[in-house]
Design a protein around this ligand. Structure first.
Ligand SMILES: Cc1cc2nc3c(=O)[nH]c(=O)nc-3n(C[C@H](O)[C@H](O)[C@H](O)COP(=O)(O)OP(=O)(O)OC[C@H]3O[C@@H](n4cnc5c(N)ncnc54)[C@H](O)[C@@H]3O)c2cc1C
Length: 477
């Protein structure tokens, strides 16, 4: 460890998954940390203990398969980067098949011990109720989905009223290559070109009257998830779940997100569709499309079943299913630079779920990156961004730039939290997927498996190379 006397501390607000990982990365780089965590003084609606990195719900870190699962690749990259969260998880693993599940108390106890025993980390039990003062020249806000209201108001005052969301209203996101384009077609409503558009910006799925009625019946009958008492019921016009719209009247959806106006079925131009489901490009790579206006609280099983009733989506593969939850997060693609720094406040970074990633592992990984970026900045050392081909880089890119901001709904924020998934990774070079020698049948399913394996292998190679190199940290705006 280097001599630390010349470094002043970096402050971290929030000792959850992201804040704990960020603190560890900074301290391991030889820089003192003051970690401000309010539990012990003030609780949240979901946390039950005062431990750092408490898991508020499931005890699973999901798949640990680094060869063909995106979250497994993220685990592996975090291990390569010396993650405290991953080492505590590995030491507290419980049997869970191919998943990494942990003894939740053992896990958060291990993280708390490691942080409290680190000579360079001081844990301060207090609620930080405003943005860091000027004396905290380098700071990270990692206060998560349940950020205390006082700090949330301060963030809102700094970033603007529309820049902070208190609920996510997520429509399902589908892998483009699982959509049947023999049934669906590309067209914007009334062929409107709009800024940056071509007139063919949406994927459209047509329905006849019978299919529409069956779909509405299935929506109404489908199992729904309720809100927790402390979440309230955050419905507001423009963000109603589709099943609530369906309950309001059989024709409501046909006059709302499923209206067929201004669209001509390219496969059957003479027959007017009775209703149309539209999907809009979700990421710059074009590998993901989101279902326009389809936020839903249907349970995941019911949701996949009902959506696969839509013509053209029978074999839809979901990058994420829809949901509506209490969740505090900022409009990161607009507010943050590529190193997670708030553009309006040099030195102030955001990390974890508040940046618009989703899940324990993703939140911790963004904490890891924010910690490394802040440590490099304190030392005056350059640190390159992780390559876009890595899981780190793909997730960072989603948060800080990869997501497409909708041009046709001016003023409406469309950025929604996301788990890591292969749809966020750049495509492979053309011709990368080839039939292995000696293999007789090489079907679509085999190609999909090979694609995932190649993307995973490329990610880990590039991550290892990144961790061994030093280059330029992006300059402040
Ligand atoms: C009800 C619920 C259930 C969830 N279930 C799952 C699940 O099953 N699986 C999954 O992967 N993810 C789940 N999540 C998401 C999960 O919470 C996050 O993925 C993860 O905990 C986010 O990590 P984080 O570090 O960003 O935030 P957190 O882990 O929430 O940590 C934030 C910390 O900041 C502290 N804090 C807040 N405000 C202040 C302040 N002003 N001053 C000082 N400290 C402050 C909080 O006390 C907390 O310790 C769930 C979230 C909720 C709300």
């Amino acid at each position: 460890m280097t001599d630390t006397s010349s470094y002043s501390p970096i402050h971290i607000i929030g000792g959850g998954l992201a804040g704990s990982e960020a603190a560890w990365q900074i301290a391991e780089a030889g820089i003192p940390v003051r970690l401000h965590e309010m539990r012990g003084v003030r609780g949240t609606d979901a946390h039950k203990t005062d431990n750092l990195a408490e898991l508020v719900c499931s005890n699973s870190f999901r798949s640990d398969d680094a060869t063909s699962n995106a979250v497994g690749v993220l685990h592996a990259e975090m291990r390569l980067a010396g993650s405290l969260i991953m080492s505590a998880a590995d030491r507290n693993q419980v049997p869970a098949g191919g998943a990494l599940a942990v003894d939740r108390d053992g896990f958060s106890h291990a993280v708390t011990q490691a942080i409290e025993n680190h000579p360079l980390i001081t844990v301060v039990r207090e609620e930080v109720s405003g943005l860091p003062s000027k004396e905290w020249d380098l700071a990270i806000i990692a206060t998560g989905p349940l950020t205390a209201p006082s700090l949330a108001s301060a963030i809102q005052a700094e970033t603007g009223a529309d820049a902070l969301a208190f609920f996510d209203a997520i429509a399902p996101i589908i892998h483009t290559d699982s959509i049947n384009m023999d049934v669906c077609w590309f067209q914007s409503r009334y062929d409107k070109v709009g800024p940056g558009g071509t007139g063919k910006d949406y994927i459209n799925c047509p329905m006849n009257e019978e299919q529409y009625n069956a779909f509405v019946d299935a929506l109404i009958a489908g199992d729904k998830t309720g809100f927790k008492e402390w979440e309230g019921t955050p419905y507001f016009d423009g963000c109603l779940p589709i099943e609530v719209m369906a309950e309001r009247g059989r024709e409501t959806l046909r006059h709302g997100p499923m209206k067929p106006m201004g669209l001509t079925n390219a496969h059957n131009p003479t027959v007017k569709p009775y209703a149309v489901v539209q999907l809009r490009q979700d990421n710059a790579l074009g590998t993901l499309y989101n279902m326009v206006g389809f936020q839903t609280k249907l349970k995941y099983g019911a949701q996949a079943e009902v959506i696969r009733m839509i013509p053209g989506l029978e074999n839809a593969e979901f990058a994420r299913l829809g949901g509506l939850h209490r969740n505090t997060y900022i409009n990161s693609p607009v507010l943050l630079d590529p190193s997670l720094t708030l553009k309006s406040r040099p030195g102030l970074r955001f990390a974890g779920q508040i940046t618009g990633c989703e899940g324990y592992v993703e939140s911790a990984s963004i904490g890891l990156l924010a910690g490394r970026f802040a440590a490099a900045e304190r030392k005056g050392e350059p640190l390159p961004l992780p390559p876009a081909t890595t899981a780190f880089g793909s997730l960072l890119n989603h948060i800080t730039g990869g997501h497409i901001v909708s041009d046709d709904e001016p003023g409406k924020r469309s950025f929604q939290p996301m788990n890591i998934n292969f749809g966020l990774f750049p495509l492979l070079e053309p011709g990368a997927i080839t039939k292995p020698e000696g293999v007789k049948r090489f079907r679509g399913k085999d190609k999909t498996v090979m694609k995932k394996q190649l993307v995973a292998a490329r990610a880990l190679e590039d991550c290892a190379a990144w961790l061994g190199t030093v280059a330029n940290l992006p300059t402040r705006p």
